[in-house]
Design a protein around this ligand. Structure first.
Ligand code: NAD
Length: 493
């Protein structure tokens, strides 16, 4: 397999980013003074250095967010005033796309070209949220009798803890933070310990945009040490979490003890269903892109395809041929489409999933092996066939560049296999028959069903999961409302 190497001068000229946390409007180290290096998974060198936050930092950050909220420093501004600041943040991100994309690439191992797309895509999320800040509204009822006017207003929910994963660090934060700010909330944020860079850079942008002190606070550190108290702290009103279903369940249970509001965006095992009459070229492209984008470390990864038996051999051969051509290598190389795996633990988990599938009778048609480079953590794009619906590799998230191939006899069986997991994040249906597509779209238990396309996204469209893929929705015109409470006021004359 051809492994593309990047121009060595890019790394030679790179200076590691020494980020600081943001608490009460001040950039700071942890109270403990401890810091940790982030070693990039593609190059094995230090790419960033960050505060190793503690419980005390969380307490300070939450007090600061609480104070800012209770004083009304942010919530009492008009929608236009909040929108103006969100728009400045959008401009600030647009001005730093290159720098943010670089740290995102180096910390995650994703191709720089994809990191650029991710960061520049965030600009639109901030702009969209700004538009919603100006249109957030309640309702009035004059149908309650002449003596009563009913008015329903929306008020910000309060202090929100936001905990994010490593796979799309700045994008996922931008699905949450601007919408919470548009509603008038204050926030404390913890990025994944593997990918602090862009979140801390966003902290700098927020300060430059004129966000009042304490409205957004960022603490870096480990999940249990920093994330834990962010969930249980009595001054937090809502938790917005994106990450694994395992941690999501734990957070929901903790939040339940205090009946805090939660929003959870969790894992997925997303099927693409291929019918014989589909546009083969488009479907093959979408299958290959869908599973190898971000090295498969994507909640929406199309990690399993369900192919009609009639075409399975020929279609899968075409997928294998296309997958063989996917450029793998140093994520700094401009043509690379599959970069590094986030860390060794994740690589071991992926390899174990492939091994278990083999032991159960699945066959590896492509890849399946580590790629040995000087210091990087890479896996070959992999395709596993002869997968049965009851195998783990058909039901569990692998979170790597691994495609499982299953077959079906008819539409009903395809839908039934598609629904046969604990997840329900997304799915795709490929057919020229609109009746089949619509029936499948209605019957598949997933928050998003794409028809003859895959992984497109728009700020206007709600995103989230059925079943154990999550609770609540992000994006869309109601996204701001999730960060509000409704208050009913009855006026009597
Ligand atoms: P993870 O659950 O291990 O960690 C996510 C975040 O939670 C990190 O910041 C981590 O430090 C923190 N955390 C860990 N333990 C915690 C605890 N006890 N209390 C509080 N916080 C804690 O997930 P990950 O490995 O970073 O990300 C990959 C997972 O995220 C995958 O399952 C993927 O499907 C999911 N994901 C979902 C979406 C979505 O929108 N549905 C998007 C991206 C990723």
């Amino acid at each position: 397999m051809n492994f593309l190497k990047a121009d060595e001068t890019i790394l030679a000229n790179y200076k590691p980013y020494n980020g600081l946390m943001l608490i009460n409007g001040e950039f700071c180290d942890s109270v403990s003074r401890a810091r940790v290096d982030r070693i990039g998974p593609a190059h094995g060198i230090v790419v960033g250095n960050y505060p190793d936050g503690s419980r005390e930092d969380v307490d300070l950050a939450i007090s600061s967010a609480r104070r800012a909220f209770d004083k009304g420093d942010w919530s009492s501004l008009s929608g236009k005033e909040r929108a103006d600041i969100l728009l400045k943040v959008a401009d600030g991100i647009a001005a730093r796309v290159e720098e943010m994309a670089m740290i995102e690439c180096l910390e995650t191992g994703k191709p720089l070209t994809q990191a650029r797309g991710e960061v520049s895509g965030c600009v639109d999320l901030w702009r969209y949220a700004a538009s919603l800040a100006r249109t957030l509204h309640g309702e009035s009822y004059n149908s309650l009798g002449d003596a009563t006017l009913g008015v329903v207003i929306r008020q910000p929910v309060g202090v929100v803890s936001m905990i994010t994963p490593w796979n799309f660090p700045i994008w996922i934060l931008s699905q949450k933070l601007p919408f919470a700010l548009a509603a008038g909330c204050t926030a404390i944020i913890k990025p994944s310990e593997f990918t602090n860079g862009t979140t801390l850079m966003l902290g700098e942008i927020l300060q430059q945009a004129g966000l009042p002190r304490g409205v957004v606070n960022i603490v870096t550190g480990l999940g249990d040490k920093v994330g834990g108290p962010m969930v249980t702290h009595e001054h937090v009103d809502m938790i917005s979490f994106t990450g694994s279903t395992r941690v999501g369940r734990h957070i929901a249970a903790e939040a339940g003890r205090q009946l805090k509001k939660v929003s959870l965006e969790l894992g997925g095992k997303n099927p693409q269903i291929i019918f014989p009459d589909c546009d083969w070229e488009a479907a093959v492209d979408a299958v290959v892109f869908g599973v190898y984008f971000n090295a498969g470390e994507c909640c929406n990864s199309g990690s399993r395809i369900l192919v009609h038996k009639e075409i399975a051999d020929t279609f899968v051969r075409a997928v294998v041929e296309k997958a063989r051509q996917v450029p793998v290598g140093d994520p700094l190389h401009p043509e690379v489409k599959v970069g590094a795996i986030i860390n060794n633990n994740q690589l071991n988990t992926i390899e174990q999933a492939i091994k278990t599938a083999r032991e159960k009778g699945a066959e590896v048609l492509l890849g399946g092996k580590r790629i040995t480079t000087d210091k990087g953590i890479f896996l070959e794009p992999t395709i596993v066939s002869k997968v049965k619906p009851d195998m783990d590799i058909a039901r569990e998230e692998v979170f790597g560049p691994v495609l499982s191939v299953l077959t079906f006899d008819d539409k009903d069986q395809a839908i039934s296999i598609a629904n046969d997991t604990c997840y329900g994040l997304s799915a795709a249906v490929w057919s020229k028959d609109i009746d089949i597509c619509l029936e499948a779209a209605r019957k598949i238990h997933a928050g998003t069903v794409w028809v003859n396309t895959f992984l497109d996204g728009f700020a206007e469209l709600p995103f989230g999961g059925f079943k154990q893929s999550g609770l609540g929705r992000e994006l869309g015109k109601h996204a701001v409302e999730d960060y509000t409470e409704q208050k009913t006021i009855q006026l009597h004359s």
